[in-house]
Design a protein around this ligand. Structure first.
Ligand code: 5AD
Ligand code: SF4
Ligand code: FES
Length: 387
């Protein structure tokens, strides 16, 4: 049976219109939520929904989450491996042009200790994230690390990479060394906006970034992408297009969160154009919820940036559809060095503290933790079983 149709049928009657004075009162949002496929206009209406309509969207997304991915939240222990970056994205605090950042690379011993912590504490997976570099020395270091993490854990720890754009050969090398998921955010799917938030040069080429996503898919990775929400110059229509872009690309994983200004970046000059932080957060929650409704069985991260704005940001994201959390395992002395944006949480907390904190947050959201499991995207598994 067509998967899309079966999803639609099973949810069709859950939001039966309410009766009032014998007339059926159905508003525009009710109508949209009954559809199998959302148009761009539908998505704009959902993103602009008012408070009471927002609750209907969240009720549906949370029901879909429970039904299709369950209540288990999977941990990905995050190592922010290095803040050395060859790029100059206009929004990012660790861009190459920011001279006030002390650059670091976490040592191999410390990474392996973090991997051991992940293993001992039942985290099924790790994420290695870094500024973008493609020199051979760096590529070799990552290849070695991957092999060592796999050896240390007897293959038990799943590994996600977030190391930006690389050649096909490098992606293959890292895949063969043990990485099996890759995150590369498109940041915005609107090409024009892309060049407003990045330099327009060969190092920040929109098409290269899109191609990277296709290359990763062809190699066999679980592929994840995402966008920033509430960027200067961004419209609700752009966000609707972002959601359609994810669907079109048939992604396995998504990580997205609010854009948060950073003083030492060029985009800071446009902060007067921004929505309030609260509104950026609200919009981000809606993006998570709508994506869960559109792509029922993918993995969606409750991102750290959500918590930078709202103390309960990650719990709220879990409640409306997210199912992945990335506890920070970066040794504390490096954390100040990885400030992509203002008010980043967990700067001083040791791995152990983040672990306890996140466990409490997950339980608060009414979920449970998938200890010792990879928790790969069900969407990926389904697609591969169909082939
Ligand atoms: N606000 C929010 N997210 C940011 N990122 C970088 N800078 C910012 C910012 N100022 C995100 C980007 C990047 C990821 C590593 O961090 O989406 O892909
Ligand atoms: Fe480098 Fe990534 Fe920051 Fe861009 S967003 S400057 S690639 S670390
Ligand atoms: Fe790090 Fe709460 S997740 S302190």
């Amino acid at each position: 049976m067509n998967v899309k149709t079966s999803f639609a049928v099973s949810f069709r009657c859950n939001f039966a219109p309410q009766k009032s004075n014998h007339f059926i009162v159905k508003n525009q949002i009710d109508e949209i939520l009954l559809k199998d496929i959302f148009t761009k206009d539908d998505l704009i209406a959902l993103l602009e929904a008012n408070e009471s309509d927002r609750k209907k969207i969240f009720a549906l997304s949370s029901e879909i989450k429970e039904k299709y991915v369950g209540k288990k939240v999977y941990f990905r222990g995050l190592i922010e491996l290095s803040n050395i970056c060859s790029k100059n994205c206009y929004y990012c605090g660790i861009r190459k042009g920011n001279r006030s950042v002390d650059r670091y690379m976490v040592g191999e011993k410390e990474v392996l200790e973090a991997a051991q912590f992940a293993l001992d504490n039942g985290y099924g997976s790790m994420v290695l994230q870094s500024g973008e570099r493609s020199d051979r020395k760096f590529v070799n270091e990552i290849t070695d690390l991957l092999k060592k993490i796999k050896d240390l854990s007897d293959g038990k720890l799943g590994i996600t990479l977030s190391m930006g754009e690389q050649s096909e050969d490098v992606y293959k090398e890292w895949f063969e060394a043990g990485a099996h998921r890759y995150l590369i955010r498109i940041e915005t799917s609107n090409r024009e906006l892309y060049y407003k938030i990045h330099p327009h040069d060969s190092k920040h080429d929109y098409e290269t970034r899109i191609n990277a996503l296709h290359t990763l898919r062809n190699i066999g990775y679980n592929v994840g992408t995402g966008v920033m929400i509430g960027l200067p110059f961004q419209t609700v229509a752009d966000l609707a297009d972002d959601l359609l872009f994810f669907k079109d690309l048939d992604i396995d994983m998504c990580g997205m969160g609010p854009y948060i200004e950073h003083e030492d970046t060029p985009l800071y000059a446009f902060r007067h154009l921004l929505l309030s932080k609260k509104d950026r957060f609200r919009l981000s929650l809606k993006m998570v919820a709508i994506l869960r409704i559109m792509m029922k069985d993918i993995n969606i991260a409750a991102t750290t940036a959500m918590q930078a704005i709202d103390k309960l940001g990650r719990e709220k994201a879990l409640k409306v559809g997210a199912n992945i959390i990335m506890p920070n395992l970066t040794p504390v002395q490096y954390r100040e060095g990885y400030l992509l944006y203002e008010d980043k949480p967990c700067i001083d907390e040791e791995a152990e503290q983040c672990k306890t904190c996140l466990e409490a947050r997950i339980h608060l959201a009414g979920d449970e933790i998938g200890f010792g499991e990879w928790g790969d995207s069900k969407h990926f598994e389904k697609r591969n079983n169909e082939i």
